[in-house]
Design a protein around this ligand. Structure first.
Ligand code: BGC
Length: 742
């Protein structure tokens, strides 16, 4: 079914859901209305009674299906109006079958795989009675110190928007009322990814223009994909914490974007308005949050406590409460909960079934990014090797490969790299194994000797290093983002044996790898790959398939370069390779103006270690012959931008072809490059293909100084290639008049 026809069906359904919701609102007492606006954590003794009294609209974190059914039974049969519950849960990258962390999924640039992953997560979660996930997380972030980068889809608004919309479609399916669909939640609105210092819960200051051009954009894409709910951010945005930010929720979300779902606060975020210093007490916090447009309150119970008196004293309008309750009830109707709120797990596909595992394996394989491969060290050949040494704390740890936010994932389902390598090579190769370090943070050398010994005895070393799951995710930020513990020392010791080293990193963020990248022959970035990480990585290492992931985020050389991202502004003094000097090369008593006077760091230069969009393959892809369908186009027209992709290597592989554009002059300055399209293309050796992107001038629009969304006439550069550093470029011009002679 086309997206358009699904959406119009959903609109139809929404209309009757809205009518039914209003009918119900008209029968509700004030306490029952406020009850619908209240979400409580599962598991408390008083929960049943509160539901019976109509004081709870939603429960989060209850995943025992018998208990969920019992809660629904109490709500339906024992409360006065029989209103079913929304059962919310953080189903972030899988429920029982764990897919790669979202940042890893973003590295696949694979829209279908991301949608499928969300659909599987939804089906598995729905079998436990969950009908609402707090995902996708679509905060743009350019700071790998922030632990929640793991949950994000990276630094780029276009990539994040496209993949976030795919997740929404995956979770929600064709219709919310399908048995295997659950409601999605676009979070965290907005600006959370820009927290200062990459420190969780910190303040974000984002000029409105930048907010609209970068941070809000993926949320608009999620909305266009039909996302049912939004969640407010914890953070203070330009002095107004999101949970009390009427500009975000009323002006932008409701008035400009016409959102007709509902908004939930983040956990306890309304109470935190007072901690922020935005309100004097809980009562004021509730007034600000409701008046800002937060329909449902998560966890603290403050709406129940203070809304009655705020309404009685006219600080809050009851009509507004009715609207908010209607938003919430409408979703319950759309989900079909009034008709059947109960879950029979027997009517769902089994969790962690073979099909789900294979989808997770494919997703993990497509998420891995090959960052270095000197002398074609990879793929390994079973025929040419006698032995491999497998070393590292993450080689055989089913829990740590799952990553952050796996409330329901179980490590006993995991297939580790060590297991998968054994299975893949069978008797063909001798596999020697040493953990080397107890954990990724270990600060002793106890395991080094054994690891060095097996490295010396083997033809090649496969090292599995990185971060344990707990080092990324919410509230898990790092100020240094190198390999923790003694990992660099272990790599040094192994590299000193002279045996070629293939380093596989599992981590929740980009790490600063400048010190180790030079010491290893090959470097594969696997993020936290999930349940099927082992077989996916083993297949790549032994060339069953070629790596095809591309970085969804820039890798800095040093922490001090952060924020470093590809779509930066040019500045008045951009650096070039000829204009920079390294700190070690400065002459004594050098004159003040002798160093080039451009935008670079004396100790890090101006380039990242690995740029956005970068990733190698076992094939060799060449790009050539870029052209546009016209040199001039009028506003409102389309243009085709086309280049040839050629596989000059000797294996079949997939390449992610990327289109970038620069608007040379703008009412506000425009980035030096912006991603505008991408395609995954599979080519056999020797095969080539013309790859075309069709761009409408609306896709070149940006918010100007007056906060209007405009496409400005003028000159544009366009590039096609395999990373954001592609230099295969062309140009075209947009003219204001529709009568254009080409
Ligand atoms: C997080 C949200 C999450 C919520 C419920 C909060 O701490 O910020 O992303 O959905 O908890 O678990």
């Amino acid at each position: 079914m086309s997206q358009h026809s699904c959406m119009s069906q959903d609109n139809e359904q929404a209309k009757s859901a809205e009518e039914r919701a209003w009918e119900l609102v008209s029968q509700m007492s004030l306490a029952e209305k406020i009850g619908q606006m209240t979400q409580v954590n599962g598991g408390s003794h008083e929960l049943h009674q509160a539901i019976r009294e109509g004081l709870v609209g939603s429960v989060l974190n209850e995943v025992n299906v018998e208990e969920v059914n019992e809660l629904q039974r109490v709500a339906m049969l024992e409360s006065r109006l029989g209103i079913p519950l929304l059962i919310g849960r953080d189903v972030i990258h899988g429920f029982k079958t764990i897919f790669p962390i979202p940042l890893g999924q973003a590295a696949s640039w694979d829209i279908d795989a991301v949608e499928r992953g969300a659909a599987i997560a939804a089906a598995e979660a729905a079998s436990s009675g969950i009908n609402w996930t707090f995902a996708p997380m679509i905060d743009i972030t350019r700071d790998p110190r922030w632990g929640r980068i793991a949950e994000s889809l990276g630094e780029d608004p276009y990539l994040c928007g496209v993949l976030g919309a795919a997740m929404v479609r995956g979770f929600q399916g064709d219709r919310l009322s399908n048995r295997e669909s659950i409601a999605a939640c676009a979070k965290h609105f907005a600006g959370y990814g820009a927290v200062e210092g990459g420190l969780d819960y910190n303040t974000a200051n984002i000029p409105e223009n930048e907010l609209r051009n970068v941070y809000l954009r993926p949320f608009k894409d999620a909305l266009d994909a039909g996302v049912a709910t939004f969640m407010s951010s914890f953070s203070d945005l330009n002095g107004v914490p999101a949970a009390g930010n009427g500009f975000l929720f009323k002006e932008v979300l409701r008035e400009e974007w016409d959102f007709n779902g509902f908004v939930v606060s983040d956990w306890d975020a309304i109470r935190e308005l007072t901690v922020h210093g935005f309100t004097a007490n809980d009562r004021d916090a509730v007034r600000e949050a409701v008046n800002a447009g937060i329909d449902m309150e998560m966890a603290s119970g403050l709406y129940r406590e203070y809304l009655p008196e705020l309404i009685a004293q006219d600080y809050v309008d009851e009509q507004q409460i009715d609207n908010m309750v209607c938003h919430i009830l409408k979703l319950k109707f759309q989900l079909g909960l009034f008709d059947n709120p109960y879950t029979d797990p027997g009517r769902f596909p089994r969790c962690v079934n073979e099909e789900h595992l294979q989808a997770a394996r494919a997703a993990a394989m497509r998420s891995c990014v090959l960052l270095k491969n000197d002398q074609a060290t990879l793929p390994l050949s079973k025929e040419q090797l006698d032995s491999v040494a497998v070393i590292g704390p993450l080689a055989d740890d089913g829990y740590e490969q799952l990553g952050t936010w796996v409330f329901d994932g179980e490590s006993h389902h995991s297939h580790t790299c060590l297991q998968a390598i054994h299975e893949l090579v069978g008797e063909d190769l001798e596999v020697r194994w040493a953990r080397g370090m107890e954990t990724s943070r270990c600060r002793n050398h106890d395991g080094f000797h054994e690891a060095v010994q097996i490295a010396e005895e083997s033809d090649v070393v496969l090292m599995f290093m990185g971060e344990e799951s707990i080092l990324s995710g919410e509230a898990h930020c790092r100020a240094e983002i190198d390999l923790p513990g003694n990992q660099e020392q272990l790599i040094d010791a192994i590299a000193a044996t002279g045996t070629p080293v293939v380093l596989v990193i599992m981590a929740g963020r980009p790490l600063t790898l400048q010190n180790v990248a030079d010491k290893v022959s090959a470097l594969l970035y696997a993020w936290h790959p999930g349940t099927m990480g082992g077989p996916a990585i083993a297949d790549l290492l032994f060339g069953i398939e070629s790596p095809s992931g591309k970085l969804p985020v820039t890798f800095p050389r040093l922490v001090g370069q952060i924020p470093i991202y590809y779509s930066r502004k040019n500045t008045g003094r951009p650096a070039s390779h000829d204009s920079i000097t390294h700190i070690d090369d400065i002459d004594g008593k050098a004159a003040q103006t002798s160093l080039g006077m451009s935008a670079f760091h004396l100790d890090a230069g101006f380039t990242p270690l690995f740029p956005f969009g970068y990733g190698l393959s076992y094939a060799r892809f060449e790009y050539r012959d870029i052209e546009t369908s016209a040199t001039h186009i009028a506003l409102g027209d389309n243009i085709d931008i086309t280049a040839t992709l050629h596989n000059t290597g000797d294996c079949t592989a997939e390449e992610i072809v990327q289109l970038y554009v620069r608007d040379l002059v703008g009412d506000v300055t425009r980035p030096v490059k912006e991603l505008k399209g991408f395609r995954r293309i599979r080519l056999k050796p020797g095969e080539s293909k013309r790859v075309s992107f069709n761009l409408h001038t609306d896709e070149l629009a940006f918010y100007n100084r007056k906060m209007s969304l405009v496409t400005e006439p003028g000159l544009f550069h366009a590039w096609i290639g395999g990373s954001s550093e592609t230099e295969l470029g062309t140009e075209f011009e947009i003219v204001a008049s529709p009568q254009v002679a080409d």
